[in-house]
Write a protein that binds this ligand. Sequence first.
Ligand SMILES: [Zn+2]
Length: 194
Amino acid sequence: MTGDTRPSQAEAEAAVRTLIRWAGDDPTREGLLDTPGRVARSYAELFAGYAEDPRDYLERTFEEVGGYDELVVLSDIRVISFCEHHMLPVVGVAHVGYLPTNRVVGISKLARVVQGFSRRLQIQEKLTAEIAEAIQDVLKPQGVGVVIEAEHSCMTLRGVKSPGANLTTSRMMGALRDDARTREEFLALTRQRK
Ligand SMILES: [Zn+2]
């Protein structure tokens, strides 16, 4: 995504050493010597979403659905993201549902889509919309709904320190937005999980 401006591993490690010094510690002491390397590698994993187009996961579909035309809902998909304002973890769950037209996607692929958009610097509202729009655009179901409930470390660990506070966002499209009964059915299925 950043193309040729992407820094080298060595540059990333130097930046981590700067942040260690900014925190007040000494990056040359023994316990911290390998830390910049580990942080750079963990960033590669935590932000792997930039290297993929999550829409690709939705390309392979199954059309033999035996006439199934009810909601498909995958609940409690783990969300691990980072807020783009503080680069602190956003941890929660996503519930994803869609009303198929004539094809369905492998359920693990829905989790991959959530993961692909999560592993970036995000705001939860945009993350929710991106997941819903990808499913609507590629799978072209009659409707799609995405609900995300997540705890923002930038709010629970610092600032107003409000532990346990969850932010809930939702994006409904097509029949899940326009048909009250379908929307209610989806929301009831997500609430059951509690
Ligand atoms: Zn934040």
